[in-house]
Write a protein that binds this ligand. Structure first.
Ligand code: ATP
Ligand code: MG
Length: 420
């Protein structure tokens, strides 16, 4: 057998139930904030990510699945959704003189070392707001995250960290100070950080290496460089979060590596997934639209890592009942096609109820065993006798007090409705 590609997972039916629940729950919350769905391609020109994510990022340096199109163009599987989102809105004239609040969902691809919570194909649900400069929309996005965790029942596993990166001038000044401090200490830095000192120094703050973190203790601090306007933005953000009762920690080492990130950055983190602790990351990227060739447009957004959210839901022991609600047992080969028709009629009468028709014969006893194993709440018995009389036997498989009743087809929906 040919095997799946490393880092590309199958989500099997028993897990897919929880995935569906998580996705639906998050998307409903986002829709309740009136963010509108946008569907984006999986493939883009490599240049979009080089410019939109940044040449000096891990993603573009070493994590992209890049291929040559038949005519020689360099294409890449999308490693994230923000750059495509900006491209799509700009390309379709939806950013000029208007604001937008959009959401996207789907698989992303990064060539990383696969481990629990880290895969080469993983799923994100993102939300982005364009055309709003104030901290109110930053808070709206944070509140949306909080509402998602609450709706999923995993809020107690997740904490919020926020930081402000200041204006782009403030960041340039800080970057220079950081490089000046770290350059004489270069040989003491871990290998990745040594490289980043030249390419993307602020990402060093992110290093998980203890020796590097030690050196950073005495390094210049970003908050000391943040300009007044950005400070006011950050203070208002915190005041609004306080007023809304959303708790957070200010983490001065929380950074996004690129110059077009400004003001607010935030991350939702968990202690329960080892080193894959970030379940959602976001921030303001006022410089990105321009960086990609559009007009100067304030923008802010986040991306939820769905794989990690589902892992947390599993930890919180969320389970979802299997698919079938009603299992039709049908006795005798002659009734198979009538059984099919019966199933269709019931599906039409009760669109919210999943109906599974038994296949493969056997007596009622054997079929009822299957019905039980399917997780269905109800079994409907359909044999010679029922076909002749028009009276069906409907049995509640989980509640003996409801038990088994005989009724006509037209009464099934009502009986199920009244007892569920
Ligand atoms: P990390 O530090 O864990 O690599 P990141 O900074 O690369 O995360 P972002 O690009 O900000 O992640 O993506 C947003 C979210 O997507 C992350 O917080 C995480 O939940 C999820 N994510 C990122 N990469 C992966 C991956 N390879 N597998 C599963 N989830 C991922
Ligand atoms: Mg990463």
């Amino acid at each position: 057998m040919v095997k799946a590609v490393r880092g590309m997972r199958d989500i099997l039916p028993r897990d897919a139930r929880l995935w569906r629940l998580a996705e639906d729950t998050i998307q409903k919350v986002i829709a309740s904030f009136a963010y509108e769905e946008i569907r984006l391609p999986l493939l883009e020109f490599t240049e979009l990510f080089a410019r939109g994510v940044g040449e000096a990022t891990d993603i573009v340096e070493k994590e992209m699945y890049t291929l040559a199109d038949r005519d020689g163009d360099s294409l890449s599987l999308r490693p994230e959704g923000t750059a495509s989102c900006v491209r799509a809105l700009e390309e379709n004239g939806l950013l000029y003189n208007q604001s937008q609040r959009v959401t996207y969902a789907g698989p992303m691809f990064r060539y990383e070392k696969p481990q629990k919570g880290r895969y080469r194909q993983f799923y994100q649900i993102g939300a982005e707001a364009f055309g709003f400069a104030g901290p109110d929309v930053d808070v709206e996005l944070i509140a949306m995250g909080a509402a998602c965790w609450k709706a999923l029942g995993i809020a107690e596993h997740i904490a919020l960290e926020v930081n402000s990166l200041g204006s782009s001038q403030a960041r340039i000044a800080y970057k220079e100070a950081l490089v000046a401090y770290l350059t004489p200490l270069k040989t003491e830095l871990d290998e990745d950080s040594q490289r980043r000192l030249l390419t993307n120094p602020m990402r060093i703050l992110d290093s998980k290496n203890p020796a590097t973190q030690e050196l950073l203790q005495l390094a210049p601090k970003l908050p000391d460089f943040v300009d007044e306007e950005s400070k006011a933005h950050f203070q208002q953000l915190q005041a609004t979060l306080d007023a809304m009762g959303i708790s957070y920690k200010v983490n001065p080492n929380l950074v996004r590596g690129l110059d077009y990130y400004t003001h607010t950055v935030f991350e939702w983190v968990t202690q329960d997934l080892g080193s894959q602790g970030a379940v959602c990351a976001g921030g303001r990227y006022d410089g990105l639209v321009q960086q990609l060739g559009g007009r100067n447009t304030p923008a802010v957004g986040f991306a939820i890592g769905l794989d990690r959210v589902v892992l947390l839901c599993e930890l919180a022991q969320k389970t979802v009942q299997p698919a079938a609600d009603l299992y039709i047992c049908v006795l005798g080969d002659e009734l198979q096609s009538k059984g099919m028709i019966l199933a269709s009629q019931l599906r039409e009468q009760m669109p919210q109820t999943s109906v599974r028709l038994h296949m493969g014969g056997g007596n009622f006893k054997k079929q009822l065993k299957r019905a039980d194993a399917s997780g269905a709440t109800w079994a409907l018995l359909y044999g010679e006798e029922e076909a002749a009389s028009g009276e069906l036997s409907l049995k509640h498989l989980r509640d003996p007090s409801v038990g088994q009743v005989k009724l006509l087809l037209g009464q099934v929906a009502q009986h199920i409705g009244a007892n569920s």
